[in-house]
Design a protein around this ligand. Structure first.
Ligand code: ADP
Ligand code: MG
Length: 369
C-alpha cells in the first residue's frame, strides 16, 4: 500500500535566513510530485525536513495523517536520492548498490539470491551491469551518480525523496534515465517527491508540481495547468523552454479601439482582452506575455502584429529558435528549421490574441491566462 504525505505550514530558518516558508502540499498515494525552482529556492531544505535530516522550525510532516516528526530518520522508511553521492570507496559498485539491503533493520527480508537478482535488475535499468565489480575511483561522474541512484532504488521504501537525481548525467543519458525512473516508480507504485530546477523533468515525469520561489510556494498544479493557467509571472516563467516572452505595456485608447502599447509595438485588443481591460479597469503598468511556440514569423514584416529585426537564428534539429529584437527587447520564437533567417532581416511576429497572457507589472499577478 502506498502512503500519502501531507506537508503543513512547513518552515525552516537558518539564523536570519528563511529557507522555506509556510509550505503546504499533499501527495496522494503513488503520486509522483515535483518541487520546481531554481538553485536556492528551498528544494533540498524541504526534502531534508521530510527525511528528518533537518528539523523544521515549524509546521508538520504527516504520513497517512500521522506526524513523522517524532520518528527518527532511519525509522521513517524513506529513501533519499541525493544530487551528489558519497559512495563507499572500498566497496565495489555491486556492494555500494546493495548496501541498504544489509541494514540490520532489514535483515531477513530478502535471501542472498534475491539480493543479487535485485542488484542485477537495478544495474540493468541504470545501464551499468558491466561495472558491478569496479570500485568508485574507476567510475566517471555520471557513472557514480547512477550507482548512487541504484543505492536508493534498490529498496522498496514508503517514499522516494529525489534531490536532482539525474542532474549530472549528460543530455542523452538524462533523457533515458528520466523515462526509466518514472517507469520504475510507477511500476512500484511508491509515492515519490522529486526536486529539480529542470522544467522538462517536471513536465515529463510529474503528476503534479509545486513551484517554489525563494522559499515561498507559488502554485500547485499539473504541468498542463501550470503552463496554461499560471497565477503569476514567476510561474509563467518557470514552465517553458525557451521561457515565455514578457513585454512591458500599457493600455492606450486610439480612435474607437484599445491597444496594448509598449516600446516598439502596439497591438489592438480583441473582445476578450477588452473585457479584461474593463473588468480590472486596466490602464498602465502591465506585462504582456506570449510563448515562443505561439508566435509565427512573417517574412513580410508588414503582416506581423509586432515588427522586429532578427538578432540570431539557432537551428536545433527539427525546429529552430529565432531571437528577434523588438526595439531593445529580445523576443524568442520557436519556428521551423527551414525558416533560415539571417541576422538583420526585418520580420513580423504574429500570434493569436487568445494565446496572450496579461500580468500586473507591480504584483506579477495574472489578469488573463
Ligand atoms: P535548493 O535546494 O532549492 O537549491 P536549498 O534548500 O539548498 O535550495 O537552500 C535554500 C536556502 O537556504 C538558500 O538560501 C540556502 O543558502 C539556505 N540554506 C540551506 N541550507 C543551509 C544551512 N545549512 N545553513 C544556512 N543556510 C542554508
Ligand atoms: Mg538543492
Amino acid at each position: 500500500m502506498s502512503i500519502s504525505l501531507e506537508i503543513e505550514k512547513l518552515t525552516k530558518t537558518f539564523g536570519e535566513e528563511v529557507a522555506i516558508q509556510d509550505l503546504d502540499f499533499s501527495i496522494e498515494p503513488g503520486e509522483l510530485f515535483a518541487l520546481l525552482g531554481p538553485s536556492g529556492a528551498g528544494k533540498s531544505t524541504t526534502l531534508s525536513c521530510i527525511a528528518g535530516i533537518e528539523t523544521p522550525s515549524s509546521g508538520d510532516v504527516r504520513v497517512d495523517g500521522e506526524s513523522v516528526l517524532p520518528v527518527k530518520p532511519q525509522f521513517r522508511d524513506f529513501s533519499m536520492v541525493f544530487e551528489s553521492y558519497a559512495l563507499y570507496p572500498h566497496f565495489t559498485v555491486a556492494e555500494n548498490i546493495g548496501f541498504p539491503l544489509q541494514a540490520p533493520i532489514r535483515s531477513g527480508e530478502l535471501t542472498e539470491e534475491e539480493k543479487r537478482e535485485r542488484i542485477q535488475k537495478v544495474a540493468q535499468m541504470l545501464e551499468i551491469p558491466e561495472l558491478l565489480d569496479r570500485y568508485p575511483k574507476e567510475l566517471s561522474g555520471g557513472q557514480k551518480q547512477r550507482v548512487g541512484l541504484g543505492r536508493a532504488l534498490i529498496r522498496r521504501p514508503r517514499l522516494y525523496l529525489m534531490d536532482e537525481p539525474i542532474a549530472h548525467l549528460d543530455a542523452k543519458l538524462r533523457h533515458h534515465m528520466r523515462g526509466e525512473l518514472k517507469k520504475l516508480i510507477k511500476e512500484l507504485g511508491v509515492t515519490a517527491l522529486l526536486a529539480t530546477p529542470d522544467y522538462n523533468e517536471v513536465v515529463a515525469m510529474a503528476d503534479r508540481a509545486l513551484i517554489l520561489n525563494q522559499g515561498n510556494p507559488e502554485q500547485i498544479g499539473t504541468p498542463i495547468e501550470l503552463y496554461n493557467q499560471p497565477k503569476n509571472v514567476v510561474v509563467a516563467n518557470a514552465i517553458g523552454d525557451p521561457p515565455i516572452n514578457l513585454l512591458d505595456c500599457d493600455i492606450q485608447k486610439e480612435g474607437g479601439g484599445l491597444f496594448l502599447k509598449g516600446e516598439g509595438f502596439s497591438v489592438k485588443c480583441n473582445a476578450a482582452l477588452k473585457s479584461v481591460v474593463h473588468k480590472h479597469n486596466l490602464a498602465e503598468g502591465l506585462i504582456f506575455g506570449v510563448r515562443p511556440k505561439d508566435i509565427t514569423i512573417e517574412k513580410d514584416a508588414a503582416r506581423g502584429l509586432i515588427r522586429g529585426e532578427v538578432y540570431v537564428f539557432e537551428p536545433l534539429g527539427g525546429e529552430a529558435v529565432a531571437t528577434v529584437r523588438v526595439n531593445k527587447k529580445l523576443v524568442k520564437i520557436v519556428c521551423p528549421w527551414e525558416d533560415k533567417l539571417s541576422t538583420g532581416e526585418k520580420v513580423g511576429l504574429s500570434f493569436s490574441l487568445s494565446n496572450v497572457y496579461i500580468f500586473d507589472r507591480k504584483s506579477g499577478t495574472a489578469l488573463l491566462a
